[in-house]
Design a protein around this ligand. Structure first.
Ligand SMILES: Cc1ncc(COP(=O)(O)O)c(C=O)c1O
Length: 429
């Protein structure tokens, strides 16, 4: 904390606030995403500075799996968290080393398990007794020993996670109360080597103290396994993450430096109880905190109209390109993303307008009664905080509109168009 304010994650001026951005707007042919890689690098560097060096930062590929962005993340983070065979293939291709890949997800198929075993990844996070059986069979079939962690659904519910994945009945992991049984099962698997504990209890948390409580409960779960003599689950403690970003009015930036300090303290205490000969490591897995605020989505206005007292701007892209901005990706009460008319000067007078996408559904609302510099046909409307769970989390095929383009602004300010995501993640493996 500095003067009561959290240390900023970045001081860099986003590319879309620089003069060079006008060149991109002038040449763009269709709606697009722009990722400011310099911003992402700065956030990754700050995180690294805040964390003890023995805590590894894994990038959660699901947040943004663009292949070029992944290549950059392979250089700026320590490893990857993947949740499908497609993400695993993409992470390997991007240059993440197999030992630094962690594979979690409740529906891993036999083919995905075999692929992960064959690739020799650092840990496959086992989510259920049946999955453990299937992992044993996969490892046997591949003539390999599979390194695995146990995903635990903790008993304590952390309310500050906007999206809760643990601390209640959940499809993710093994309930904490049943962990001893699960560890016994591990002991009976000749081709599965237990490596660690994984807790991922939720996401989009803006409260550093709640994150600290989550880290504490993970450490206590590990202590419980040590006390029960259910070892050797000692090498890897994956503390999960859940660092959130402020998307909506009234939300404030997470004090990430304090959350990291809490993790450092928790890990320092726990590490003393682990066997140094096992060279134990901790992992913090983050997606949105690294990339969300480094992304902008932009679409042109194709029509302006008014209906019964309300003004509308109809955009060339909507929830088909950016489901989250329409409020249909995990929001209970719809809230607007921050938006601006990128074609008008920053200080221009604003009007109230509802920005909608081009789809034939009333839920395709990209900004409900937001304030924008008066939009005209042809203006570019920008939606901020669009670098995570955006392109790849959207129903791109819905209504058969073209997909948006993707661009990166490199740390030196050069802009390039990015390669498209492969149609099917399974094609590579
Ligand atoms: C196991 C796991 N790790 C990491 C993440 C990344 O979350 P976030 O992007 O909010 O950091 C998720 C998100 O659902 C997840 O399920």
């Amino acid at each position: 904390m500095q003067n009561g304010n959290p240390e900023p994650a970045s001081d860099r001026i986003p590319f879309w606030e620089t003069e060079a951005f006008a060149g991109l707007l002038a040449s763009a042919e269709r709606p697009f995403y722009l990722y400011d890689l310099g911003l992402i690098r700065e956030r990754a560097e700050r995180l690294r500075n805040w964390l003890d060096p023995s805590i590894l930062v894994y990038y959660a590929v699901k947040a943004n799996p663009n292949p070029d962005l992944l290549r950059a993340m392979a250089a700026w983070t320590d490893g990857a968290d993947v949740s499908s065979g497609g993400e695993l293939a993409a992470a390997l291709k991007a240059g993440f080393s197999p030992e630094r890949i962690h594979f979690a997800g409740p529906g891993k198929t036999d083919a995905e398990l075999r692929f992960a075993v064959r690739a020799g990844i650092g840990a496959i996070s086992v989510e259920s007794p049946n999955e453990l059986d299937r992992l044993e069979a996969a490892a046997f079939a591949e003539h390999r020993i599979a390194d695995a962690s146990v995903r635990v659904n903790p008993s304590l519910l952390i309310r500050a996670f906007a999206i809760k994945m643990g601390g209640k009945s959940s499809a993710f992991g093994t309930d904490e109360e049943r962990l001893p049984e699960m560890l016994d099962l591990f002991g009976r698997m000749p081709h599965v080597r237990p490596r660690g504990i994984h807790v991922y209890a939720g996401t989009q948390c803006l409260d550093a103290e709640a994150l600290a409580a989550n880290f504490r409960q993970t450490a206590d779960i590990v202590r419980g396994t040590l006390a029960g003599g259910k070892t050797p689950l000692l090498r890897l403690v994956n503390f999960g993450g859940g660092f959130g970003v402020p998307y909506h009015e009234g939300q404030t930036e997470l004090d990430a430096a304090s959350a990291c300090a809490a993790l450092n303290a928790e890990w320092a205490g726990l590490k003393k109880e682990l066997n140094p000969a096992d060279a134990p490591v901790a992992v913090l897995e983050l997606g949105r905190w690294l990339t969300a605020q480094a992304g902008l989505y932009a679409a042109r206005v194709v029509d302006v109209k008014s209906s019964r007292g309300r003004d509308y701007a109809v955009l060339e892209g909507g929830m088909n390109h950016h489901l989250a901005a329409s409020g249909n990706f995990g929001q209970v009460i719809r809230k607007n993303f921050r938006a601006a008319n990128l074609s008008r000067p920053a200080g221009a007078e604003t009007v109230e307008v509802t920005a909608v996408g081009p789809l034939c559904t009333s839920i395709d609302v990209m900004g409900d009664r937001i304030r924008l510099a008066k939009p005209e046909i042809g203006d570019w409307i920008g939606i901020y905080d669009s670098g995570a769970y955006a392109y790849s989390a959207s129903p791109l095929l819905f209504l058969s509109h073209p997909r948006p383009d993707e661009y990166a602004a490199d740390p030196d300010g050069a802009v390039r168009r990015l390669s498209r995501l492969p149609e099917s993640g399974a094609a590579d493996w």
